[in-house]
Design a protein around this ligand. Structure first.
Ligand code: SF4
Length: 469
């Protein structure tokens, strides 16, 4: 019997090259956060663990459910031994790629085709979704899959006429054809991750799971492409959590990496009650909330279900900057949400903070730095998670940089060689200004963490390494 055999190559992130100075700052920040988190029996993300793309693992489940006998191998792109040693046996290789990793993907595709020209190479993820033609121009790429991969990939494998498959791109003689309309999975049809793809211990991975796909909002800096709102079945999530509880060591964090986990309150409460009843003693949970969906009822449920870290997307404390970037929230709503979490749970609070979003001025920078210090020292939040704004392909800002007053000056390939390299400039800030700003935020956060720490905590952290920062 003919069995389809495919290899999946995951590029969830790359080991970013950091200049020594930033590496030291970041290490110190993580150490301080870890020591602080321990006070609540939690830990911050373990950067030594591996990551994976949930989309590849759900794709595997979907294909195995729908194609009898299909064999699927999985590799992280940093260790392609398994795929390389079976390269003659595969019919298809699927690679998932975020936009910044274009050159890495094309290089892998080239090596695959050189080893076995008969393999069909299919690329999915945000990269080809945003710019399918650039991928298809490579002679080493046969197909791209746009947005959600499950249905389109299945149809590709089951030989439907290409013109009838939604959400793919392919070549027809000298022409590139892109079928732009997408067929999304229905509500409660999102598959569970196929952890059997991993050859090694699950404890080697940072575990992220999803509860839903889709988002109601349109933040200008976000490159989301998740289609309409759809939820997973509560019973599927509980079965996945029970499996993880059985295989993971005690006190392992599971990150619900959803945008708006509590958008449907009834469904959310049902899930939390099911988690509470399931006695998942080895696990604790982490989630991201949006301020306008943060209520005492929701936070109490999260607390009851053992969510030890709740992150809020704040981005900036200046309302005109938030407005310019279409955040659709005011800073007073964010502060109210922080207070609701503090008053109704024991969870640690982290806030995502974006440095130099469009609309930023020297005045708003000072306002932000002062607010960050205040939030840490008054213990209103536990962690600040800053990142220099990057115009990700597919975001409204990247699609119309002029409107937002920025100009790309460095490429994503250059950024792969220096994670802290600013990619853009504006009338207000040049590359050096932005790089200094990044350092300044990190230093202010670290100094304020130190000020917050009591001696008991400070002694555990290697401050000696920071002399001269
Ligand atoms: S940042 Fe979050 S809330 Fe805003 S559009 Fe993206 S996913 Fe939605």
């Amino acid at each position: 019997m003919f069995c389809l055999r495919i290899g999946l190559i995951d590029i969830p992130s790359v080991p970013f090259v950091q200049p020594k100075y930033f590496e030291r700052l970041n290490r110190l920040k993580c150490e301080l956060e870890d020591v602080w988190a321990e006070t609540k029996g939690a830990s911050v993300i373990n950067y030594t663990k591996k990551t994976f793309s949930i989309g590849l693992l759900t794709l595997s489940t979907y294909l195995k459910t729908n194609i009898k006998g299909i064999k699927i191998d999985y590799c992280n792109y940093l260790d392609l031994n398994k795929i390389n040693s079976n390269i003659k046996k595969y019919d298809y290789i699927g690679i998932t790629a975020k936009s910044p990793f274009l050159s890495i993907v094309l290089n892998i595709a080239k090596n695959i085709k050189k080893s076995n020209p008969n393999i069909k190479v299919v690329i999915g993820g945000s990269g080809p979704t945003n710019d399918p033609k650039t991928y298809l121009k490579s002679k080493f790429v046969d197909f791209v899959v746009l947005e959600e991969g499950e249905i389109s990939f299945l149809k590709l494998l089951t030989s439907k006429p290409l013109s009838k498959i939604n959400g793919i791109g392919y070549k027809q003689k000298d022409r590139i054809v892109i079928n732009k309309s997408i067929t999304y999975l229905g509500n409660e049809r999102i598959p569970t991750s196929d952890y059997s793809l991993f050859d090694d211990d699950l404890n080697n991975y940072n575990i992220n799971i999803t509860y839903m796909r889709g988002c109601l909002y349109n933040c200008a800096f976000c490159a989301k492409f998740q289609g309409p709102i759809r939820f997973r079945k509560t019973t599927d999530i509980i079965a996945e959590l029970k499996f993880l509880n059985k295989h993971l060591l005690p006190n392992t964090p599971i990150h619900f990496s959803d945008n708006i986990i509590c958008i449907d309150v009834n469904r959310f409460v049902k899930l939390m009650n099911a988690i509470i009843k399931s006695n998942l003693n080895n696990l604790y949970f982490v989630c991201d909330l949006r301020a306008n969906h943060t209520t005492p009822e929701i936070v109490r449920k999260l607390d009851e279900a053992n969510f030890k870290l709740i992150n809020l997307g704040v981005e900036d404390c200046n309302d005109s900057v938030l407005h310019k970037n279409n955040k659709q929230l005011s800073y007073s709503q964010m502060k109210e949400a922080m207070q609701i979490i503090r008053d109704n749970s024991n969870a640690l609070i982290g806030v995502y903070w974006m440095i130099a979003l469009p609309g930023t001025t020297n005045k708003t920078i000072n306002q932000n730095l002062n607010e960050i210090k205040r939030l840490i020292l008054t213990k209103q939040v536990d962690f600040i998670l800053p990142s220099l704004f990057k115009p990700y392909p597919g975001s409204a800002i990247s699609n119309n940089p002029k409107k937002y007053g920025i100009k790309m000056v460095n490429s994503w390939d250059e950024w792969l060689l220096n994670y802290y390299l600013p990619l853009w400039t504006s009338n207000q800030f040049n590359v050096t200004d932005l790089s200094n700003l990044n350092k300044k935020y990190l230093k202010v956060i670290i100094d304020t963490y130190k000020e917050r720490c009591t001696k008991k905590y400070v002694k555990d952290v290697s401050f000696k390494n920071t002399i001269g920062l």
